[in-house]
Design a protein around this ligand. Structure first.
Ligand code: ADP
Ligand code: MG
Length: 681
């Protein structure tokens, strides 16, 4: 009998294993079963090269529970191990790098948890004692029995095994009794071993008998040994892909389409990615992409391996080239992983372009379902964005779809402004912004629908990507302001008229909480609305972003600010202007003159002082004059406000405009209704 110390210099590695892998004990089963599968595959390979000439026999891997004995056994009929092999692969090698590894990562348990690298020794996470019974395939090999009770000492002696292969027997420790339950083991095998290339058997098939589920005498094979992604795309029909999807994610709507990944240079990668129907839910935690390594399930957190936006996809990626025993941050900087991620991105955009070209009508039908994914991708991945510009669709308010190029052609002629910018008009809510859309359409302009949840960011991106193009929401100005033409008519008002009209309207505005209004004038067509309320594009975008992004609180805190644009050509406004002029001019004119002359006197004093500040006497005089101007202005405002209060048409016009924007609420709305009724009387 050989006794020895396992080749580790650390005092005792096992407590470390237990501690580090605490949350992920279950992976021991994945490790042991994949070792068994590896051993089986090795034997097959040897046989195919003629180096093993014996009988292969059944090559299943079995996972057996003996609850009475408290053991779990993983057995295979693979290559087996001689005492020499065990010495080399278990006693020495397995941990040669472990000390260094643990020292390096001792502060980040995540770097170790859940990844390959501990292999065989992960058995000690759940077992107080482990035995290996093995007989090598080599001619004349002797059976060997190895035992270790969780201290670094092991014993190795001649064994009594007569059949080729290996049994790993785990004496499950008291805290891990769950692994002696068939149901628990089945669940784990389904999770990790579902697609292993060698049949894995655990327990028996069950059937309904005498009113309950009962074991039959047929072995239960856990896995599909030839999963769809390992097959050639040419050998698969649509139905096969759909069935595989249904198997992976039971109870979900069928996917929209899929991509079969298949590369072997410069890295090996296979897999199938599905485009699920995603609408407005961002639930990427459920039903995620599964990452496999040679058909062994590794994880379904693929952050770092695929670009962030791809997390909205589903399916399987299988690659032996993704380093699994390292931390996530390392993954992101690994060049092989970068290449893989880049490859997947290219494949996905390539496939989308292909679908777009092959059947435009079908692509349009699916567009609304994949739009969120594509927009997300364009916003977060430069390369994908550039590729997507070829097949990305813009949808207008009449539900027509255009590529970027087509849309430009459509609107270029009409919607280019005096500065040569093409203005794309868009709406985020066709119902609420109806009157603005109508006004734009009446001018012969097109309006895009951008009502997705990422669209306020997307608008900025499109402006970056499209040359000399600006996107403005259709209610961010009156239409002639949005697309300013060279022949635009200016509002034709004298300074006094402007002053009086501004006073008339601003004095009658209701107070709306956290909202500012600014009165301005625009010469629209006489048939256009008398008053239009608009919200400036830049400020609105900033506030929307602030709502999604706590770092931009500054904008979030600002009040909403609207423009109350008065149409100086509208007959009602013209009449109001003239009537106010007639009734107010005699009173307001002298006040305006007095303001003008006081202001002129202030300028005089400043001018006389030249480059220097005025002397004390001058300063005093300026103060007095400024005070007088303030007082006169107040008087003037009061006269105008009193006058406006007696003109129900003013309040009525304002309220109608507010109503059109959903800004008339509460008491103001109630007053409006009362006033409207009394006007009918
Ligand atoms: P890895 O599988 O990454 O090499 P492990 O710790 O899981 O690391 O296994 C160490 C080695 O022990 C394997 O490479 C293999 O040579 C040997 N081994 C483990 N289990 C078996 C088995 N069931 N049959 C034959 N050899 C095995
Ligand atoms: Mg292994």
């Amino acid at each position: 009998m050989q006794k020895g110390t396992i080749g580790v210099t650390t005092e005792n590695i096992f407590p470390v294993i237990k501690k580090f892998l605490y949350s992920d004990h279950e992976i021991f089963l994945r490790e042991l079963v994949s070792n068994a599968v590896d051993a089986t595959q090795k034997l097959r390979t040897l046989a195919s090269f003629g180096e093993f000439k014996g009988e292969l026999g059944a090559l299943d891997v079995r996972v057996d529970i003996d609850a009475a004995a408290g053991t779990l056994t993983v057995r295979d009929r693979g290559v087996g191990m001689t005492a020499d092999d065990i010495d080399r692969y278990i006693n020495q090698i397995a941990f040669s790098g472990a000390e260094e590894f643990l020292a390096k990562y001792k502060d980040s348990a995540n770097a170790i948890i859940g990844h390959f690298g501990l292999g065989f020794y992960s058995a000690f996470m759940v077992a107080k004692k482990v035995e290996i019974h093995s007989l090598s395939y080599k001619e004349g090999a002797e059976a060997v029995r190895w035992t270790c009770d969780g201290s670094p000492e092991y014993t190795m002696e001649k064994g009594d095994r007569t059949e080729r292969g290996t049994d790993i027997i785990l004496y499950i420790d008291d805290e891990s009794k769950e692994f002696l339950e068939q149901v628990r083991i089945d669940t784990l095998l389904k999770k990790y071993c579902r697609f292993l290339p060698v049949p894995v058997i655990s327990g028996k098939e069950q059937e309904w008998k005498d009113g309950k589920m009962t074991d039959t005498d047929r072995d239960l094979v856990i896995n599909a040994t030839e999963p769809q992604w390992m097959k050639k795309p040419a050998d698969l029909k649509d139905e096969d892909y759909l069935n595989f999807y249904r198997e992976l994610y039971p109870g979900q709507d069928d996917p929209l389409f899929w991509i079969h990944l298949n590369v072997d240079y410069p890295f090996t990668l296979t897999g199938i990615l599905y485009f699920p129907k995603i609408k407005n839910n961002f639930d990427i935690n459920k039903n995620r992409i599964q990452l496999y390594c040679n058909q062994v399930f590794v994880t379904d957190s693929v952050e770092g391996v695929v670009p962030e936006f791809m997390m909205l996809l589903q399916g399987v990626i299988d690659s032996p080239d993704i380093p699994l025993n390292v931390s996530r941050s390392y993954l992101q900087s690994d060049s092989a992983v970068k290449k893989i991620s880049g490859y997947i991105t290219k494949k996905v955009s390539g496939r989308l372009e292909e679908l777009f070209k092959a059947d435009r009508a079908e692509f349009e039908k699916k567009w609304d379902d994949i739009r969120l994914f594509i927009v997300y991708g364009m916003l977060t991945d430069e390369k994908f964005c550039d590729a997507a510009l070829k097949f990305m669709l813009l949808r207008d308010t009449e539900n027509r779809y255009f590529t970027a190029e087509e849309y430009k052609k459509l609107v270029e002629a009409e919607q280019t402004d005096a500065d040569g910018n093409i203005i794309y008009l868009y709406t985020t809510d066709p119902v609420a912004q109806y009157s603005y859309i109508k006004a734009a359409n009446d001018k012969g302009y097109n309006v895009l629908l951008l009502d997705g949840q990422l669209d306020n960011h997307f608008v900025g991106l499109l402006e970056q990507k499209f040359e000399k193009t600006r996107l403005v929401r259709v209610d961010s100005g009156v239409i002639d302001q949005l697309i300013r033409k060279a022949d635009r008519k200016e509002a034709d008002l004298t300074p006094l008229q402007r002053n009086i009209l501004t006073g008339i309207f601003s004095s009658q505005l209701p107070t709306v909480e956290k909202t500012n209004f600014l009165v301005s004038f625009e010469a629209m067509a006489p048939g256009d609305a008398p008053i239009v309320i608009t919200q400036e594009e830049f400020m609105r975008r900033m506030k929307e972003m602030a709502a999604m992004n706590p770092g931009m609180n500054f904008y979030g805190e600002l009040p909403d600010s609207y423009n109350l644009v008065v149409n100086t050509e509208h007959p009602l406004i013209v009449a109001l202007r003239d009537k106010a002029g007639k009734e107010l001019d005699s009173e307001v004119n002298p006040l305006a003159d007095s303001i003008d002359s006081d202001n002129a006197a202030i300028s005089e004093i400043r001018k006389a002082a030249g480059d220097k500040a005025p002397d004390a006497e001058g300063e005093q005089k300026i103060k007095e004059l400024e005070k007088a101007v303030g007082e006169t202005r107040e008087r003037q405002n009061k006269i105008v406000a009193d006058y406006a209060a007696g003109q129900p048409v003013v309040k009525q016009l304002i309220d109608l405009a507010l109503l059109g924007n959903g800004l008339l609420r509460g008491e103001a709305l109630n007053e409006f209704i009362k006033r409207s009724v009394s006007l009918l009387a």
